[in-house]
Ligand binder design. Structure first.
Ligand SMILES: [Zn+2]
Length: 309
């Protein structure tokens, strides 16, 4: 555990896939306890995972906040909730998404979605196998205290910043943003279109970048990698990145209708393992939907065609 700021500690867990780590944060509460933000993946042995953390703390964890419903953020919520008895707080919209993603599994719908976007059967089988494994590590909590934008938790203001996840919340106080994955240094947050997504996640995310510039926090403590020391500048960089990727996606539409999967092969070439191809396809779909919203692409059934010049 690392002190990153007076009253803010960072706790890092290793991840077995993709990015190799995730950061959780501990915020000193006004009563001298701790508020845990994010929980890593669920563990087969919660005691072994969390006891060293609890032993290192000088006071109990009083509340557990989840920034968003991705496995590496919500996954350990039930583990630490059971160990501490602390209540879990989660964004209202994010909780709905959490229930939709992890609450009831609909394999048919899952397969139909990726098939309709052009993904080959073998890749879908691979994704299904990997997501089965992932499900086992998502120990989310039913019936959390629901947070809305503008709520305050012990002096930290809640905002919803959409895009990486539809109902992603962040916490803000005195120029400090506990950002989850809304902004990251060195890598760009994944923005993907999924079966339960809002219709234009990249459009949502571009608004989030505007909002971060407006808020101009001094620092953003992020879910992965190093903290972002100049979130405004980083928001501008990430916006330029997406503007560039949007033109690549438009250029990939060269006449014939193409599926999201086809476009992902142009934007993310190479032989990717199934889960990474899923990210690539979801990300390509988010870009294609943005192009449709901007009038730069059209739909041909579930495929996309270039419009205009
Ligand atoms: Zn995430």
């Amino acid at each position: 555990m690392e002190v990153v700021e007076k009253g803010v500690r960072r706790l890092t867990f290793a991840l077995p896939f993709g990015i190799d780590h995730v950061h959780c944060y501990l915020l000193r509460s006004s009563s001298g306890g701790w508020i845990l933000v994010d929980t890593g993946l669920g563990s087969a042995d919660p005691e072994a995972q969390w006891r060293p953390v609890l032993d290192e703390l000088d006071a109990p964890i009083e509340q557990i906040i989840v920034t968003h419903m991705h496995p590496d953020h919500v996954g350990g919520a039930r583990d630490i909730q059971e160990l501490t008895g602390a209540p879990v707080l989660q964004g209202r919209e994010d909780y709905d998404q959490c229930v939709a993603a992890w609450g009831h599994r609909d394999t048919e719908r899952f397969v139909a979605y990726w098939t309709s976007h052009g993904m080959p059967g073998l890749t879908i089988e691979g994704i299904a196998r990997e997501s089965e494994r992932l499900m086992a590590a998502v120990h989310w909590v039913e019936g959390p205290q629901l947070l809305d934008p503008g709520d305050e938790v012990d002096g930290w203001r809640v905002e919803v910043l959409r895009g990486h996840a539809d109902g992603h919340i962040v916490l803000l106080r005195d120029g400090v943003m506990i950002a989850g994955d809304t902004i990251l240094g060195g890598i760009t947050p994944a923005i993907g279109l999924y079966p339960n997504s809002r219709p234009d996640p990249l459009g949502d995310y571009l608004q989030t970048l505007d909002r971060i510039e407006q808020l101009a926090p001094r620092v953003a403590y992020t879910g992965h990698r190093a903290a972002v020391g100049d979130p405004t500048a980083r928001a501008r960089e990430i916006r330029s990145h997406h503007i560039e990727r949007l033109s690549y996606a438009q250029q990939a539409l060269d006449g014939e209708p193409l599926s999201g999967y086809d476009v992902s092969l142009a934007l993310f070439p190479g032989d990717l393992p199934p889960t990474l191809r899923r990210f690539a396809t979801a990300e390509s779909l988010a870009h294609l939907e943005r192009l449709v919203h901007e009038g730069r692409a059209g739909r041909a059934g579930l495929a996309y065609v270039r419009t205009g010049i």
